[in-house]
Design a protein around this ligand. Structure first.
Ligand code: 13P
Length: 256
């Protein structure tokens, strides 16, 4: 019942020339569609308007990265959720570990940013995940529980929210947790969501993505773990062929 989602996070990568990759992805999907899953690309804000134009007539969903909690005002250099919606985004990644570490973002701020996404009518992709030290300390579940509790707005529902579990040590490192470790954390998150949203059914309906070094070679192993409803892909989303290969792991198959 949960439709898989593979979302590409381009991070601070992509110039106008990179739109050629988006065109290649669009063409590939037009030739060989993957109706079993949603594909989303989140380029930098500078490319959103052009990407929207490029993607017209395509099934690829456009997303953005980060937003300011307020709709407008004197905040030089910041971009509001409303602006991202206006530029063509349908979703916003919030609480990514790079924002949490580079900019000291707290759970409360991530919560406010997710609420801003809702206010603008967008889906919030809320990221959580433990550091290498926390994994070693055995505090993974406690960290994820705390991040979820702090970052998830009360109004979170399957229709407006996606959770991405991204262990910090797996991001850009080529390392991944074992499928059993992913299953443990995703199962735990599923339970917590039911508790936080006050209804097991609400938690059961929400999509949970795994992120961290997802590549074509490990996609099948990671995407079909129980309670994994797709992936948040960094590096491999920059190449249309790699991103398509990950998305097409779903071709002919259902959700995990
Ligand atoms: P990589 O796929 O490059 O490890 O990045 C994952 C990520 O941070 C996606 O948000």
């Amino acid at each position: 019942m949960r439709r898989p989602l593979v979302a590409g996070n381009w991070k601070m990568n992509g110039l106008g020339a990179s739109l050629a990759e988006l065109r290649a992805l669009k063409d590939r999907l037009a030739q060989s569609p993957v109706p079993e899953a949603d594909g989303m690309v989140c380029p930098p804000a500078t490319l959103l308007a052009q990407a929207r134009y490029m993607l017209s007539g395509s099934t690829i969903i456009l997303g953005a990265q980060d937003c300011h909690p307020l709709p407008s005002g004197a905040h030089t250099g910041d971009i509001s959720a409303e602006m991202l919606a206006d530029a063509g985004a349908a979703a916003i990644i919030v609480g990514h570990s790079e924002r949490r570490s580079d900019h000291g973002e707290t759970d409360a701020l991530v919560n406010a940013k997710a609420s801003a996404a809702y206010r603008a009518g967008l889906t919030a992709i809320i990221c959580v995940g433990e550091s290498e030290q926390q994994r070693r300390d055995g505090s993974t579940l406690e960290i994820v529980r705390r991040q979820l509790q702090g970052s998830l707005p009360q109004e979170a529902r399957a229709a407006n929210t996606v959770i991405a579990y991204e262990p910090v040590w797996a991001i850009g490192s080529g390392l991944t947790p074992t499928p059993a470790d992913v299953a443990e954390v995703h199962g735990f998150i599923r339970g917590e969501l039911g508790r936080l949203l006050g209804q097991a059914e609400a938690g059961a309906a929400l999509r949970l993505l795994y992120g961290g070094s997802v590549k074509p070679a490990n996609a099948s192993e990671l995407l079909f773990v129980p309670d994994v409803d797709g992936a948040l892909v960094g590096g491999a989303s920059l190449k249309a062929s790699d991103f398509y290969a990950i998305l097409s792991a779903y071709a002919g198959r259902g959700a995990g």
